[in-house]
Design a protein around this ligand. Structure first.
Ligand SMILES: [Ca+2]
Ligand SMILES: [Ca+2]
Length: 279
């Protein structure tokens, strides 16, 4: 091997090493409101919080995203235990908390390649869709109350999907009024018969509209044993860089909350990563 070939080989190795390092980077994800650390992704694969935290630096720059726009850039420290009452949840301290920020992502790609459009919740086609869905889940006479409708093309195939959040715990408590508010208080009392809080996804599959439950709870009968949760779509973002949007759902009950990132494929909806804390 002559000197020139050796030098070329060394520079090739250096280049390929650099490429490998960057492809293997973990791209951490945080919740802005709480500073909770979801974990991240690596070459498109989801990495749980404990593993991702070991690969996250002392000072990481995050792009902050809200429901319909990017909301600036912040830095955050290394993830640490959130301590009592949630020692298993990891959290970071944020340099600032941008208004309307929902999720922070440390990655080079744009997590909001397609912006969700907020649609009118009174449209009869969606009122009917929620009513029909609740009937299939055993609610005899559904009292439809939609809190948010979002239209967005999740996978970028040119066809828009529709995400509907609907909550009705059939109570007159002011605290249970979810209309318009993103993080209202959840009702304290046990759920009554016919009450529900759901996020459903409507998409066209082979020319037919398909309606699927992303997450939620439906009480065809009253249940004295549970504290009801309220569910709402907080953001729709591409958090692992595969070009497909994930659906981020915030849920809460009277003394705690959870935020979950859902992958929504036509044949399967599954949770990718989640953070939570409750008393
Ligand atoms: Ca689509
Ligand atoms: Ca994605």
């Amino acid at each position: 091997m002559n000197v020139k070939t050796a030098a070329a080989l060394i520079s090739f190795l250096a280049l390929s090493n650099a490429a490998t390092t960057s492809a293997a980077d973990v791209h951490p994800i945080i919740e802005i409101e709480t500073g909770y650390f979801f974990g991240g992704s690596q070459s498109g694969k989801w990495i749980k919080a404990n593993r991702a935290s070991k690969l996250t630096g002392e000072k990481t720059t995050y792009q902050v995203y809200g429901l319909t726009k990017q909301a600036g850039q912040i830095t955050a420290g290394k993830p640490k235990s959130a301590d009592e009452p949630c020692p298993d949840t990891l959290m970071v301290s944020l340099s600032s908390k941008p208004q309307d920020g929902v999720i922070g992502l440390a990655a080079p790609w744009n997590a909001l390649p397609r912006t969700p459009a907020v649609a009118d919740v009174t449209q009869s086609v969606y009122q009917d869709a929620v009513r029909d869905f609740l009937k299939t889940r055993g609610v005899a006479d559904p009292k439809v109350r939609i809190t948010r409708i979002l239209r967005v093309d999740l996978e970028g195939d040119g066809e828009e999907e529709v995400l509907i959040s609907a909550t009705n715990y059939l109570t007159n408590e002011k605290s249970a009024d979810t209309s318009g508010a993103l993080f209202p208080e959840a009702p304290i009392q046990a759920p009554k018969q016919g009450s529900y809080s759901i996020v459903i996804l409507r998409r066209v599959v082979d020319g037919n509209v398909q309606t699927k439950l992303v997450t939620g709870e439906i009480y065809a009968r009253a249940d004295e044993s549970v504290a009801p949760n309220v569910y709402n779509v907080a953001a729709v973002l591409d958090l692992n860089g595969d070009g497909k949007l994930e659906v981020i759902v915030h849920s809460f009950y009277y003394e705690g909350g959870q935020t979950t990132i859902y992958r929504c494929e036509p044949d399967k909806i599954e949770a990718a990563l989640s953070v939570e804390c409750g008393a």
